[in-house]
Each structure stands twice: as C-alpha cells, then as structure tokens.
Design a binder for this molecule. Structure first.
Ligand code: CDP
Ligand code: CDP
Length: 218
C-alpha cells in the first residue's frame, strides 16, 4: 500500500501520517527530514548554498537512515539538529536543486518499492508516488498553521523571542518558495483528496483520512 500526503508547513501532515501509519501498521517516511538532513550536512561543511554543485556532491555521499523516530546522517543522530530554525530557513535553498531532488526521490521510491508506506512531503502524490493508492492534500489557513507552530514551540520551551507574526511570515515565505520552484513544486494533484483542517482537531482529521481509505479508527 502507498499513501501520499502533501501540503504546506503546519498543515498537520507528519502528525496525521504517524497516526495513520500506527493504525495500519505500515512505515511512515518523513521526506522533509531527508531535505533537512542534507541542509544540515551542508551547514556543517560550511558550504555556500548558491554553489549547487557542491551541495549536490555532498548529497551524493550522505547516508540518511531512519530508526523509529530518530534520523541518522552518516551514523550521526541528527533528529533534533534538523529542526533547528537555521536548517528550516536554508532547506528551501537545498530543495530547489534538481540533482538533490532526483537523488532523494529515488531513495524514497526505493523504500516504497520494498514496503507498505505512508509518506509526507510536497511532491509525493505528483512525483514520488504518482500511482499511490491514496493521495491526500492537507491544508489550513496560514494564520492557523502559524498558531499551531507557535503553540508547539511554546509547549517545547523553544519559542525564544519569536512572535506569532514572525512565524507566520516565515511559513508564508516557505509556502511561496515551495509552490514556485521549477522541480517538484508543492501542488494539490487532481486525484488527491483535499482536506481543509482549519478548525479541525487532530483526531477529526485522522478519522476523515482513515474513513477515506476504508478503515475505522481503533
Ligand atoms: O514539517 P515542515 O512542514 O516544517 O517541513 P518539512 O516537511 O520538514 O519540510 C521542510 C522543507 O523541505 C519544505 O519546506 C520543503 O522546502 C522541503 N521539502 C521538499 O521540497 N519536498 C519534500 N517532499 C519534503 C520537504
Ligand atoms: O508536518 P506538518 O508541517 O504539516 O505539520 P505537523 O508538524 O504535523 O503539525 C504542526 C502542529 O500543528 C503540531 O504541533 C500539531 O500537533 C498541530 N496540529 C493541530 O493542532 N491540529 C491539526 N489538525 C493538525 C496539527
């Protein structure tokens, strides 16, 4: 089984994908973590992000591995490091490099060829798994997505001096970059079920998705 979940930042993709994976006992693959891991590697090597050949060459040598909820890059546990705001900021620079996308898409397709999977990202339904059994596009207003991120950071004690307005501006910029790149842009495929999660809580969204794939919430 292949399930594709796409949508903008803060739409609830990873939260919902993890829950659906647990319910169906299938693998969850966080493709954003892969783009983040390459970005982290490039920052660690102090690469110039405009030197796309250097970033692509580094990506060729990177070994990304998932173990449960942990992400490893060349055997280093980068689970927390790839969520750093600096990584978030530069990931959209890495995500536009066609060679990097080709490399990561091939790795994602290999995983989907070996096992039942639910993947979330931006280009899953359109590029990675065009023949997926189910495709969903999760969305919510930018205001609500920013509020979710704000609450999440506050709860984790990671808010620092960030304001809600600054988080909203970051998200809006990232959405724009993701939707306007030439390769693998964020799109809602014609054959995807679009779910507007504005005002919906997590169990409601999870139930709607499970219902669409003919499963009951357990
Ligand atoms: O969780 P959040 O929405 O913050 O982002 P993410 O899923 O971790 O993805 C981080 C960034 O990686 C996105 O803003 C995209 O630029 C890029 N990405 C991508 O280009 N293609 C994917 N399939 C997944 C992520
Ligand atoms: O993966 P993506 O960036 O699409 O979003 P996420 O990381 O799954 O969700 C961002 C935040 O919104 C998390 O703190 C979720 O708990 C929260 N959320 C929510 O409050 N209501 C939803 N319907 C979905 C997510």
């Amino acid at each position: 089984m292949q399930i594709a979940i796409d949508g903008p930042a803060g739409a609830g993709k990873s939260t919902i994908a993890k829950m659906v994976a647990a319910q169906l006992n299938i693998v969850y693959l966080d493709t954003g973590a892969m783009y983040r891991a390459i970005t982290y590697a490039a920052l660690s090597h102090r690469l110039d992000f405009d030197d796309t050949a250097a970033v692509a060459a580094l990506a060729e040598t990177a070994v990304i591995r998932f173990e449960g909820r942990q992400v490893f890059l060349n055997d280093e546990d980068v689970t927390a490091a790839i969520r750093d705001p600096e990584v978030s900021r530069f990931t959209s620079k890495v995500a536009v490099i066609p060679e990097v996308r080709a490399l990561l898409v091939a790795q994602q397709q290999k995983i989907a060829g070996d096992t039942d999977v639910i993947m979330d990202g931006r280009d899953i339904g359109s590029v990675v798994l065009p023949e997926a059994d189910y495709k969903f596009y999760l969305d919510a207003t930018v205001e609500e997505r920013a509020r979710r991120r704000f609450d999440e950071l506050k709860e984790k004690g990671q808010l620092g001096d960030k304001t809600l307005a600054a988080i909203e501006a970051d998200i809006a910029q990232r959405d724009y970059n993701d939707a306007h790149r030439d390769v693998g842009p964020l799109v809602c495929c014609d054959d995807a079920v679009r779910v507007d999660t504005t005002g919906l809580d997590i169990p409601d969204v999870c139930a709607a998705i499970l219902k669409a794939i003919g499963e009951d919430c357990r």
